[in-house]
Design a protein around this ligand. Sequence first.
Ligand SMILES: [Zn+2]
Ligand SMILES: [Zn+2]
Length: 350
Amino acid sequence: MAVLSKSFEDWISWRSCNELVHPHSCRKAAFQNFFRFISSNSKYYLPLLLIHLGKHGFRSGAVDLDLLVESLWYYAQLVFGGVVEASLITWSICSLRNYLGKFHPSTLLFVPSALGGAFCAFFPKKVKHVQQTAIFQSVIENLMLLNHPLCRLLSTSVGLQAAIFMVCSAVILEGKQRKWYNGFWFLIPDPAPDKDTCDKKSCSHSESDCGLYIVRGIRNYLMYGLALDIFKALVSCTKSGQWDLKHFKLQSTAWLGCYVGIYRAVHCYLRRSPAIKDSLRHPLAGFLGGFSYLFYPKLTILSYALLEASRTLWAKRQGSEKKRYGYSDIIFPFAMAYLVQSYVMKEPTG
Ligand SMILES: [Zn+2]
Ligand SMILES: [Zn+2]
């Protein structure tokens, strides 16, 4: 740390903004960055616009003018939020350098990123949720890749990752079924059984036959997975500029098909099993369904599962109390600052 601090003093702190951060003057850089951020954020959030349109259009059976306007407004808010945050960060870097007369280790990236991130608290709820999800999930993934024996064990052991994913899956599906928390999850849980009218040994799905219910689930989720794999292949081909079939992998298809298959089959079976307590049947089905992680073991999926499981447990603890601002608004600026600092300061590999 002392060596880092010394080299910072020797090589960085005395430099001017345009030697280290940008060419031209600070004002011209701010102007150019503003248009650069509009362009990059428009591209970054375009998949979300398409997913939003596809999801709501699929539900209602058509894409009408209202849905188009609502989706474009949501997209504009996302882009606006990203541009404001990025502009605030770069503007703070310049302002702090000019005000303090030199760069300090904390004012080069950490403090400006935290200032930019703090603005996120005032975004519309949906936009804030998207931004917080992206940053928190990346921070968790980043922490899992730290050079620490426990992190190394987790990042190299697919079995351990699958075990953690199975626990998260049980928590998230139970939380969604009991309506503790309603964030996005890859699987929609079975409806909760009606306590008063339903026979405790019958399933809660509308299909009269469990086999049909399971097969329908597998068919639908294979289609979702296939759509996701095609989308990922298109993004990968566009990024690399090589239109090749090697970009197309059926990992999401296999994972989602198995996830829903195991979950529904176990749940239907357990509904008729007298040996298992009522309250354990659904969490156990969610837990075993998580075994499908082995078909698509990705730290990005695991970190998202950890985030959603934490949010579910937090929402359960909060109960029905809904607040405009919460702890996540306080944590977010620091998470963002940590992420920006760790990406920029990352030692080059290879
Ligand atoms: Zn500057
Ligand atoms: Zn059933």
